[in-house]
Design a protein around this ligand. Structure first.
Ligand code: PMP
Length: 411
C-alpha cells in the first residue's frame, strides 16, 4: 500500500471507532480541580480577615489584605499595587478596556477618538480579541516570535498610528505558543506608553495578562522580567495594567482575579468599579487566602498540577513527533508550562485538518480562532489544549490529529 492509501485506511479505521474526543478549550481536568477541594471547608466558621474585616459584609473593593498578598505574588509586585476581584480576570480586563473608552485611565477617554485599535500579537488568546472587538476596537495583527510580539512591528505601529491604544500581552507560557517574553521585549513594551507623551488624547496602554505566572510543569522554568520595574525606569507605570487569577490554580471560573497597577491607576479603577458593584466576593477571597497560604503553599500546590499535566503534554509531544516528525509539513511548540501547544500545519490546510478531525470524532479549537476575527491569513495555526481530556484520550486524539494533518497536507 502506498503512503496515501495507508493514511486513508487508517483514517477510515479511526472514523469507524465512534470516537468522541475534545481538545478545544483550556480547561483544567477533573483531577486538577480535585486538588483544590479543601477550599470547601477551610474557613471553619471564621469569616474574619487578618485586618478584622467580616468578609460576609459589604465593603472593600480592593479586596482583603491576605488575598492581595497572593495577587502580589502571582504578579511579582507589592500588595499595595493589587486589587483583588471576583471570579474571572477576563471580566476585569473587559471592565478596564471599557473604562479606557468611556472614562479614561490616567488620561483622556478614547470615546471621542475617530478610530481605536488594539494590537493583537497572534497567534493569541481568542477571548482577548473578541472583547476588544466588542468594545469597538479594530484588531491589528502582529506576529508572535519565540521571545514575544514582533517588537519592530509593534513599535512602528505605536509610533506611526495614533489610533492604536493598547496591546494584549500574555507574557509567560503565552496562550497558545507557550513562549515567555525575553528581557528586551519586556523593556520595549514598558517603554511604549512614553511614545505618546506628546499626544495626551491618544494614550497607549499595555494590558499584561499574566494568566500563567506560576503554571510551570517542566524544566527549564522561564524567568519573566518585571514589567513594573522596567516601567519605573521609563515613567510609564500608570499605563501598564496587569492581570492574573486563580482560575488555573483552584477552581476555574470560581477563583479570585487580580488587577495590578500604579496607585493612581488603581484609585481610578476602584472608583470606576465602585459604580457597578458593592464589592467582590470577599468570602471566596478569604477561602483562597487560607487555602493557598502564601508563596510556598502556591508552589506546593502548583507542583501537584504539574504532576497531572506533565504526562499529558509529554503525550502530545510524543504523538506529534511520531506522526509528523521530520516530514516538513508541521511545526509545533514544546512548552514548559501553561495550557497549550501551538501547531502550525502546511499553510492552507488548518481548516481542512479541523474538518477531517471533526468527522473522525475529534473536536479541536476552530482553525483561525487564534487570530483576530477568527481569520488566520495563512490558514496554518491550530491550538491544542490537552489539559481537560484524560491521558488515554490525549494519546488517541493526537494520533487522529496527526493523521488528519498528513491527509490535509496531501490533498
Ligand atoms: N487569560 C488567558 C491568557 C487565558 O488563557 C485565560 C483562560 N483560558 C484567561 C485569561 C481566563 O482567565 P479567567 O478565568 O481568570 O477569566
Amino acid at each position: 500500500m502506498n503512503e496515501t492509501d495507508s493514511l486513508k485506511s487508517r483514517y477510515t479505521a479511526l472514523t469507524q471507532k465512534g470516537l468522541n474526543l475534545n481538545l478545544t478549550r483550556g480547561k483544567p481536568g477533573a483531577d486538577q480541580i480535585e486538588l483544590a477541594v479543601g477550599l470547601d471547608d477551610v474557613l471553619k466558621g471564621d469569616f474574619h480577615s487578618v485586618d478584622g474585616t467580616d468578609t460576609r459584609n459589604y465593603g472593600g473593593i480592593r479586596g482583603i489584605p491576605e488575598i492581595r498578598e497572593i495577587g502580589a505574588h502571582l504578579l511579582g509586585i507589592g500588595s499595595d499595587q493589587v486589587l483583588a476581584g471576583g471570579n474571572s480576570s477576563l471580566n476585569l480586563m473587559y471592565i478596564v478596556v471599557n473604562m479606557l473608552v468611556d472614562r479614561g485611565l490616567c488620561g483622556s477617554p478614547l470615546r471621542s477618538n475617530q478610530s481605536r485599535s488594539a494590537i493583537c500579537p497572534s497567534p493569541g488568546y481568542d477571548r482577548h480579541f473578541v472583547a476588544a472587538d466588542q468594545l469597538g476596537f479594530k484588531l491589528l495583527t502582529v506576529p508572535m516570535t519565540d521571545t514575544g510580539p514582533d517588537m519592530d512591528q509593534v513599535e512602528h505601529l505605536v509610533r506611526t498610528d495614533l489610533s492604536t491604544n493598547f496591546i494584549w500581552c500574555v507574557p509567560k507560557h503565552s496562550n497558545p505558543t507557550g513562549c515567555t517574553y525575553d528581557t528586551e521585549t519586556v523593556d520595549k513594551l514598558a517603554a511604549l506608553p512614553a511614545m505618546r507623551a506628546g499626544t495626551p488624547d491618544s494614550p497607549f496602554y499595555v494590558l499584561w495578562d499574566n494568566a500563567y505566572s506560576v503554571h510551570d510543569f517542566a524544566e527549564p522554568v522561564p524567568v519573566l522580567d518585571s514589567i513594573d520595574e522596567q516601567a519605573s525606569r521609563h515613567g510609564t507605570n500608570d499605563y501598564i495594567v496587569q492581570f492574573a487569577s486563580t482560575s488555573k490554580i483552584t477552581f476555574a471560573g470560581s477563583g479570585v482575579s487580580f488587577i495590578g497597577g500604579s496607585e493612581r491607576a488603581l484609585d481610578e479603577i476602584e472608583k470606576y468599579i465602585g459604580a457597578m458593584t458593592v464589592g467582590f466576593d470577599k468570602v471566596n477571597q478569604l477561602r483562597h487566602a487560607r487555602f493557598l497560604q502564601g508563596p510556598e503553599g502556591i508552589k506546593a500546590h502548583m507542583a501537584k498540577h504539574a504532576e497531572v499535566l506533565r504526562p499529558k503534554f509529554a503525550a502530545v509531544q510524543r504523538g506529534l513527533s511520531e506522526e509528523l516528525g521530520n516530514r516538513g509539513i508541521a511545526n509545533w511548540t514544546d512548552p514548559t508550562g501553561g495550557y497549550f501547544v501551538s501547531l502550525d500545519v502546511k499553510p492552507g490546510t488548518a481548516k481542512r485538518t479541523a474538518e477531517l478531525a471533526s468527522a473522525a470524532g475529534l473536536a479541536i479549537t476552530p482553525a483561525g480562532a487564534t487570530f483576530p476575527y477568527g481569520d488566520d491569513p495563512m490558514d496554518s495555526n491550530l491550538r491544542i489544549a490537552p489539559t481537560f481530556a484524560s491521558l488515554d484520550d490525549v494519546e488517541s486524539a493526537i494520533e487522529v490529529l496527526g493523521v488528519c494533518v498528513r491527509m490535509a497536507a496531501e490533498q
